[in-house]
Design a protein around this ligand. Structure first.
Ligand code: HEM
Length: 542
């Protein structure tokens, strides 16, 4: 009898999984996307994935949309249909219905094995809860309070580069990405947790948290992401992934993160106690993101059900580090690249910055510089560090379109239908460079375009400046004000101090492929990974 039940149960389970596998493999024949125009597949196993991975971000997709229209489908793994659209209405729908469109589970699993269940990984109710408690720490007033950290660290970087230039001011060859990365790491350490990485002074090689971060970042690229991905499908492999360097680094980060969170809690409780004794205002002046987050989470005006668990608070430590440091250094590096290709713009910017009589500007000084603002907007439009995002439909849905398409059977549609499980690309760089939106010069660096932008770009569903650089909707970048102020401080200090030229012919600079972040690479030195060698000399006036 028991044997029969076990047998029936096994057959049931096997049938269930076989049916699931069959429906997975049959998706190309059943998907409503099959009649949407799109390129032919290159292989049954990889679909068009390899073509995409072997080309510069969005270049291939741009050729497809030129040929087949704004809304297309292409083939993913096992030839499964994926949706790709530049239609701003469709993208607005996807980004603003974050309960119906999540990050794919595999991506979240891989990310959570590195970052924990922080804001980047959380979805649905959990995401809303985390975001609500975290939003105040990233408000305009709070970021304004961090400006002196941005400026001090920019000045420190300036002094490091200054020492590399000979006295006779012959241009020094400086790999600017390295210095900018050290600067942004020091900034996120101080502004994020009041932690000193000291990477600009001593390479930070002795700092335990810095070491752990470097290992964790290595584990987010190349072959290292395959182990957590495989462990997702074959759970026994999770034992192996627990023994990896990345897992060890995560343990270190958890331990240090716990100490930081505990420290902040004690400080906050102490400040509250002192205030209750003498009725004075709370005296805690911690302005770093983690203090503000812990404080918001302990506040009496939120209910227990809205409070984050210690584990969720802790997960924000690697989340801030990973989300906030490389994105900003890469964006500033692309800005220096663009300014080295547009020397008139570099000089115009310098002249504007020189009108300020201070070396250490306040946030109001930085905000009062329109050309600086335009240069940053143009950089993030043309070189958004994150080039594409990705979502999966959590339910069958009908996505409205602004631009109609004609399907393979000659029928016209003003919507596209997706079924649960369909993967959708969210094009960031492709939309930022769309000629239809920005005009024929969309691929050129022209800060002047921000004096009057085309009306069409108002339809872009991005949170900032009619671009997708920081995405839009409920998952839009929480740190965008932080990043913009940091970039402004860096450019203010560096462009006033130095003149920048490329140290290699511009045609040799390309963008990394197969990486989530678009990093500059010298095409015949790929073994050195990302870098931007520049010739830097002091600006001595004209
Ligand atoms: C130029 C610099 C930056 C760029 C271009 C950038 C871009 C982005 C983008 C595109 C996303 C959405 C990712 C997705 O959902 O697929 C995002 C999310 C996020 N960013 Fe940034 N970011 C930058 C700087 C920062 C900084 C400085 C911080 C923190 C100090 C930060 C923290 C975050 C967090 C926590 C999220 C997840 C938000 C959520 O899902 O609710 N970012 N960022």
């Amino acid at each position: 009898m028991v044997e029969d039940i076990l047998k029936a149960l096994s057959i049931g389970i096997i049938t269930f999984y076989l049916l699931k596998l069959l429906s997975f493999l049959l998706q190309p024949y059943t998907s409503p996307l099959r009649d949407v125009p799109g390129p032919p597949s290159s292989s049954w196993f990889l679909g068009n994935i390899n073509n995409i991975h072997n080309s510069q971000p969005a270049v291939l997709q741009e050729a497809w949309t030129d040929k087949y229209g704004k809304t297309i489908h292409y083939k993913g793994w096992f030839n499964r249909d994926r949706l790709y659209t530049l239609d701003t209405r469709a993208l607005g729908h996807i980004l603003n219905h974050s309960n119906d469109y999540f990050k794919p589970e595999l991506a979240r699993h891989t990310l959570s094995s590195i970052l924990g269940e922080g804001l980047v990984v959380a979805e649905g109710k959990q995401h809303r809860r985390q975001r609500k408690v975290m939003n105040p720490a990233f408000g305009p007033t709070q970021i304004r309070d961090l400006t002196d950290i941005f400026v001090d660290k920019a000045v420190q970087l300036r002094d490091v580069w200054n020492r590399m230039i000979p006295e006779d001011n012959q241009p020094a060859r400086i790999e600017v990405l390295k210095g900018l990365s050290k600067m942004t790491l020091d900034v996120i350490g101080l502004a994020g947790f009041n932690h000193q990485f000291h990477s600009l002074e001593s390479d930070g090689s002795d700092d335990e948290l810095g070491k752990a971060l470097r290992v964790m970042l290595r584990s987010t690229s190349g072959w290292n992401v395959w182990l957590p991905a495989l462990a997702y499908f074959f759970p026994p492999l999770r034992l192996l992934s627990h023994m990896s360097d990345g897992a060890h680094a995560r343990k270190v980060m958890t331990r240090i993160g716990l100490e930081l969170v505990r420290e902040k809690k004690i400080q906050i409780a102490k400040a509250a106690l002192e205030a209750s004794k003498d009725g004075a205002q709370e005296r805690l002046h911690g302005r770093d993101l983690l203090t503000l987050l812990v404080k918001a989470n302990m506040a009496s005006d939120i209910t227990d059900s809205q409070r984050l668990s210690d584990e969720n608070v802790l997960a924000q430590v690697p989340t801030f580090l990973v989300a906030g440091y490389e994105t900003t250094s890469v964006a500033t590096t692309w800005c220096l690249f663009s300014l080295s290709q547009a020397l008139d713009a570099q000089q115009k910017l310098r002249e504007e910055l020189m009108t300020m009589s201070t070396d250490t500007p306040s946030v109001d000084d930085l905000t009062a510089l329109p050309y600086l603002d335009a240069v940053i907007r143009e950089t993030l439009r043309l070189h958004p560090p994150i080039h594409t995002s990705i979502r999966v439909a959590e339910k069958d849905d009908v996505i409205p379109l602004d631009t109609l398409y004609v399907d393979a059977k000659g029928r016209t549609h003003d919507y596209v239908r997706v079924t649960k499980g369909t993967i959708i690309d969210v094009p960031i760089v492709a939309l930022n460079r769309s000629k239809e939106l920005w005009g024929d010069d969309a691929h050129e660096f022209k800060p002047e375009r921000w004096e009057s932008v085309p009306a069409a770009v108002h339809a872009v569903p991005g949170i900032w400046s009619n671009t997708m650089a920081f995405l839009g909707g409920q998952h839009a970048c929480i740190g965008y004000r932080f990043a913009l102020n940091e970039m402004k401080a860096l450019l203010f200090v560096l462009i006033r101090a130095f003149e920048f030229q490329l140290a290699v012919p511009p045609a040799k600079i390309t963008s990394s492929v197969r990486t989530m972040i678009q990093r500059p690479v010298v095409c015949d030195e790929v073994e050195k990974h990302s870098q931007l060698p520049m010739l830097v000399k002091r600006y001595v006036g004209s």
